[in-house]
Design a protein around this ligand. Structure first.
Ligand code: NA7
Length: 542
């Protein structure tokens, strides 16, 4: 295997592996490839700091929906013991501090090139090498290329006509200015009511003179019940750390709680309501885990959906506004379920208005603000909480070309095709952490990431041990995996939500293909282990 050397001031840098992205995935991948396998590695990162999604997402209220004590790495006792979270759910700045702490503790910085945006990567078949180009003129040549670019990192700014005419300022939440935005005294329009918009609305409402929320699809949300972690909780976390992490690895979505073996339809209405009430009071994504059939049985789900609709009716004082906020076109949890801090309560404030874009679609943006079919809303600032070109967007952004110069964009023109979410036929030695076809976006992310990174590292170690230098998913294996991903989704209610980004429905023109693997994280991990045990069945190794 090659060793790291720079061929000279103008020549390319030769390494064993190039990793793209310095978030949770890239940092751990660098650690394993460099420190466990002894490979020479460069990690290329477009941003000026580490943090990945948390480098960019600094919008008001930005906070993780997984709880802090398990939204972090589990692979190192030292790292875990050297860090203490301050709140139940970590705020964006705290996660950035954590990832900087990890980068320092593992001494990763010498092998990271910040401010280095990858603009293209080509596989040279004859030389069995990836050639990676960067915006600042860099060239890197490597045997392996690992993308750690996240799955929700390509901002989706809607192509609403007239945006250039707007006289105020506009921002996408995923590219929030590092110095913040002073919203005091401003009339703010917030477009989008996904997890981001629902986190941001209460915080913006408290800062701005006036907030208008532009809602296309009404959404469910459950209280997060964030709070500072007191000493007693910290002690509990430390005492139960190992068991918590073990449990997270054996559940369907990487959270350390089991779903009871009971149907929502098998208990009385009173008992069900008491269970939902308790989950509502406890707060967080665990609301989904009250019964085992909320995502598989329509009638069961309807009981949870209706419970939340009732909550909206009781929280929001103006019945007309409540009516607009009640989701009717999809079931709870079939789109990514948000959790919130005072979202529905925000609509009781005198300085907040709701615009239902289904009733009055946007016509265009004008100098004064947003014009719908019903009139013009005067605004000083527009905040787009309009989500991301999920899963495929970040990979297309790398401009990847495989064997014979074929572009990933063309190969996936009708929707992504991967084997295990980790490899694509025609792209040898390219590994895609949290790629389409992996369960990552349906999972507590660090659990999925650690599994992917460890599997990729073991795979590369296997190649080295056996004297091989190339691995590529076979078209048959990818075909079979696509069928399995489809079947797994089909066993759930998830594909029913027509406007979901799981289906690519949020980006005009994107093929409507259900992209994540819905068969469960633990099950997925077992499949991956099995594939490795069968000498990487479904991959061609040479
Ligand atoms: P989401 O969940 O994709 O939400 C985006 C929101 O923006 C959603 O309400 C969309 O409505 C709305 N949207 C998108 N395009 C438009 C246009 N053109 N006009 C009006 N409204 C629009 O993104 P988030 O950032 O909230 O969350 C993404 C993930 O990040 C989240 O799941 C966590 O994993 C972290 P729609 O529902 O499509 O009708």
């Amino acid at each position: 295997m090659a060793t790291s050397h720079n061929a000279g001031a103008n020549g390319p840098t030769h390494v064993d592996a190039v990793i793209v992205g310095a978030g949770f995935s890239g940092l751990y991948q660098l650690h394993l490839l460099r420190d466990r396998l002894g490979l020479s590695v460069r990690l290329l990162e477009a941003a000026d700091g580490v943090g990945g999604t948390w480098y960019w997402n600094r919008y008001p209220g930005a906070r993780c929906d997984s709880e802090s004590h398990y939204y972090c790495y589990s692979f190192s006792r030292e790292l875990q013991e050297g860090w203490q979270w301050t709140e139940r759910y970590p705020e964006h700045a705290e996660i950035r501090r954590y990832l900087n702490y990890v980068a320092d503790r593992l001494d990763l910085r010498p092998d990271i090139d910040l401010g280095t945006k990858v603009t293209r990567a080509d596989f040279d078949d004859a030389a069995n090498q990836w050639i990676v180009q960067t915006a600042n003129g860099g060239r890197f040549v490597s045997t392996f290329l690992v993308t750690a670019v996240g799955c929700l990192s390509t901002a989706n700014v809607p192509a609403i006509p007239g945006l250039d005419d707007f006289g105020g300022d506009w921002y996408h939440t995923g590219h929030w200015p590092h110095d913040g935005v002073d919203l005091a005294g401003k009339r703010v329009g917030l477009v989008g009511t996904g997890s981001t918009g629902i986190q941001a609305a209460p915080v913006i409402a408290a800062q701005a003179a006036h907030l208008t929320v532009f809602q296309r699809t009404a959404n469910y949300s459950v209280p997060a019940r964030n709070r500072p972690l007191d000493e007693q909780t910290q002690a509990w976390i430390a005492r139960n750390r190992d068991e918590t992490r073990r449990q997270a690895r054996r559940t369907t979505n990487g959270h350390p709680f089991d779903i009871p073996e009971r149907s929502a339809l098998a208990v009385s209405a009173d008992e069900r309501r008491a269970i939902y009430e308790a989950a509502w009071e406890r707060g967080g994504l665990r609301f989904r885990a009250t019964f085992n059939d909320l995502l598989t049985n329509r009638d069961a789900n309807e009981t949870a959906s209706e419970f939340i609709r009732d909550k909206i009716r009781s929280i929001v004082k103006d019945p007309q506004t409540a009516g607009k906020l009640i989701p009717r076109d999809h079931l709870y949890g079939t789109k990514r379920p948000p959790i919130d801090t005072g979202y529905f309560e925000t609509f009781n404030r005198a300085n907040v208005a709701l615009v239902d874009l289904k009733a009055e679609p946007v016509e265009r943006i004008v100098e004064e603000g947003i014009r719908t079919t019903a009139g013009t809303y005067a605004l000083d600032v527009i905040v787009f909480a309009t989500g991301f070109d999920a899963l495929t967007g970040p990979l297309f952004g790398l401009n990847l070309h495989g064997r014979g110069g074929i572009a990933l964009k063309d190969v996936w023109a009708d929707g992504p095709r991967t084997y295990l979410g980790l490899q694509t036929p025609g792209f040898p030695n390219l590994f895609t952490i949290t790629g389409p076809g992996s369960p990552s976006v349906l999972t507590n992310m660090p659990v999925a990431i650690e599994q992917h990174v460890e599997w990729i590292s073991a795979c590369i170690a296997h190649l080295r041990e056996t004297g091989a230098s190339r691995i590529e998913a076979t078209p048959q294996a990818a075909e079979q995996w696509a069928r399995h991903v489809n079947e797994a989704a089909g066993r759930t209610l998830l594909p029913m939500a027509a406007s979901s980004w799981y289906l690519g429905a949020n980006v005009p023109g994107k093929p409507k293909v259900f992209m994540p693997y819905a068969g469960g994280m633990a099950h997925y991990a077992r499949i991956c282990e099995d594939v490795a045990a069968r000498r990487y069945d479904g991959f061609a190794i040479s």
